[in-house]
Design a protein around this ligand. Structure first.
Ligand code: CTP
Ligand code: MG
Length: 225
């Protein structure tokens, strides 16, 4: 059986929380020390997989392809109006070879290679789905409709990162079963098929750039590494 691997990198979001109003350029093209967040994400994944598909905002396919290089670089396809739709469109663009797919947010530019490798290793060892996770460090409370709140035991809770890895067939099945629903990540979609989702250790460096504070953190880390 084929052991070929592929990465789908959804980068089609606007980044509304990063730049309120009409964000320009879209978040994945925001640059830090002269390099777009998307370039950093592609650099982290590309050496470890056989194929890379980048999913760009529909109006930015050409600029994104330009940033990534036209020749041997990743293929760029247009995304949709939700992350789920973008991932589905990215999957549809994959060549026939890949048996395993990792899906990685372009917005997590500093994901370390060893984290990516842990995800790939879990797939090659037989996991159908695998997600990197981190322990939650803050105390947690649940707000109740009556205005009161109650503590939540954080021992069993983890925060989920990307890349999330899947046997390709499983992820494709989940996306075709779920077209139009609004799950926030791919593992949740796959879980609704009854597939077990394994976990591997995530990394604090795989944080997602959501707000201006996160972008400042990327800047600080990139300029000191
Ligand atoms: N994404 C995508 N297509 C969409 C929405 C999101 O490919 N229609 C991608 C983003 O580009 C990002 C990842 O999914 O790499 C995680 O999404 P998020 O951090 O929410 O990014 P944005 O949607 O761009 O940000 P915001 O929600 O603040 O607008
Ligand atoms: Mg979003």
């Amino acid at each position: 059986m084929s052991q070929a691997t592929a990465a789908v990198i959804p980068a089609a979001g606007a980044g509304v929380r990063l730049a309120a109003g009409a964000p320009e350029p879209p978040k994945a093209l925001r640059s830090v020390a002269g390099r777009a967040l998307l370039e950093l994400s592609v650099d982290a994944l590309a050496p470890l997989v056989d194929e890379v598909i980048v999913v760009a905002p529909p109006n930015f396919v050409d600029p994104v392809q330009g940033v990534l290089g036209n020749a041997a670089g990743p293929r760029v396809v247009a995304g949709g109006s939700t992350r789920q739709e973008s991932v589905r469109l990215g999957l549809a663009a994959l060549g026939p070879a890949a048996a395993y797919v990792v899906v990685h947010d372009a917005a997590r530019p500093l994901v370390p290679p060893d984290l990516v490798q842990r995800v790939l290793d879990a797939l090659l060892a037989g996991a159908e789905a695998v997600v990197p996770v981190l322990p939650v460090t803050d105390s947690l409370r649940r707000r109740r409709p009556d205005g009161d709140s109650e503590p939540v035991d954080r021992e069993s809770l983890v925060a989920v990162q990307t890349p999330q890895g899947f046997r390709r067939e499983v992820l494709e099945r989940a996306h075709s079963a779920a077209a139009g629903h609004g799950a926030t990540d791919d593992a949740s979609l796959v879980q609704s098929l009854g597939v077990r989702v394994a976990t591997v250790d995530g990394s604090p460096l795989a944080f997602k750039v959501t707000t201006r504070l996160d972008l400042l953190l990327v800047e600080a880390l990139v300029t000191t590494r």
